[in-house]
Design a protein around this ligand. Structure first.
Ligand code: EPU
Length: 311
């Protein structure tokens, strides 16, 4: 613990929701892995977030912003500092004007699948390909999440951010730069919300597209198992990491309770009690063999927090 009791009391005073002291981060990740964080706080408004960011930056307190924790591996040692969970930042506002596309503004903490499902039900077309991608809307923006050839960057008209000094910044569509699994955002800024532009569509065909995407995902990915999604980025479009790892015979390989999925080799599953150390050992084994046999340096898609990463 690096925080003093006074700091914990002061931080508690900045937010309405009670803070959590020393809770395991495994509770906040889809992998269910990770040791304790000194403090977890969940701001409910931009004002609360601003106060928190100013407090940690002025006090030079290590902090980390967390979305839904679906693409992250926390160390077994946990995190010394303040984890700011964006889960309560839940703005959801649709601006529509008969003949024009709708503008849908969504807070960073809203689950991406809530947006995808909601838009489909209301007959707004565009997000179907994002069906089944876990995580929060803010996390999806920060990582330019995508599937089946669509990235969220392509649907955004603007992104609102907040700097650690508490200043808001709006990035308009023409200034957004993104590529595969990457969104170019100014450093030391937190995504507050994003605005999507969506056209009207036929609700029935949108629902049919969603169902198709769900079925494909269930067939090819270990849905329902504890994981953090794909572990590595694809080195290129014609060389998917999953196919390379599969060919090298890793499916089913285990280190303790960490296991390479039998269904999709770019997923590591936590069979129950996997530790971060076990996942990291499996990752290193895969990387070493892929480098040795294929001459490729696999880059992590999974974000490791607190570990010296090579990606
Ligand atoms: N393949 C294998 N063995 C495997 C896995 C895949 O041979 O164990 C082959 C497949 O048969 C296919 C090719 O590799 O020919 C590509 O596989 P897939 O269609 O499953 O797509 P992917 O490139 O592995 C990407 C994203 C996924 C996303 C899917 C669907 C990356 C790293 N992964 O997977 O994203 O859901 O496309 O659009 O870009 C994630 O980001 O966490 C994630 C799961």
């Amino acid at each position: 613990m690096i925080l003093t009791p006074v700091q914990i009391r002061e931080i508690s005073g900045l937010v309405k929701k009670p803070v959590s002291v020393g809770v395991p981060l495994s509770r906040y990740t889809s992998f269910r892995i990770g040791g304790p964080a000194d403090l977890v706080v969940e701001p409910k408004s931009s004002d609360e977030l601003r106060s928190l960011l100013c407090y940690v930056s002025e006090g030079k307190i290590p902090y980390l912003v967390l979305g839904a924790g679906t693409n992250v591996l926390f160390l077994d040692e946990g995190f010394r500092g303040v984890v700011i969970r964006m889960s309560q930042m839940g703005r959801f506002e649709i601006q529509e004007n008969r003949k024009e596309p709708a503008k849908v503004t969504v807070g960073a903490g809203v689950p991406l699948q809530f947006v995808v499902g909601g838009m489909a039900r209301l007959g707004w077309k565009g997000t179907e390909a994002l069906c089944g991608i876990p995580g929060s809307f803010g996390g999806a923006i920060a990582t330019n999440a995508g599937a089946s050839g669509l990235w969220i960057g392509q649907l955004l008209s603007q992104v609102k951010m907040m700097s650690i000094a508490g200043q808001e910044l709006i990035l308009e569509r023409e200034n957004l730069e993104y590529c595969y699994r990457h969104m170019e955002l100014p450093p030391n800024n937190v995504v507050l919300e994003g605005t999507l532009i969506l056209n009207r569509g036929d609700p029935e065909s949108i629902q049919a597209d969603l169902e198709k995407a769900r079925t494909a995902r269930r067939r090819t990915q270990p849905i329902g198992r504890l994981s953090a999604g794909c572990v590595f980025k694809n080195p290129s479009e014609d060389r998917p990491a999953g196919a390379i790892i599969d060919r090298l015979g890793f499916k089913g390989e285990t280190v303790g309770d960490a296991q390479v999925s039998d269904l999709h080799a770019n997923f590591i599953i936590n069979r129950g009690r996997a530790t971060a150390a076990q996942v990291m050992e499996l990752i290193e084994r895969i990387r070493a063999k892929v480098k040795d046999q294929e001459g490729i340096d696999l880059e992590l898609e999974l974000r490791m927090v607190g570990a010296p990463t090579k990606a």
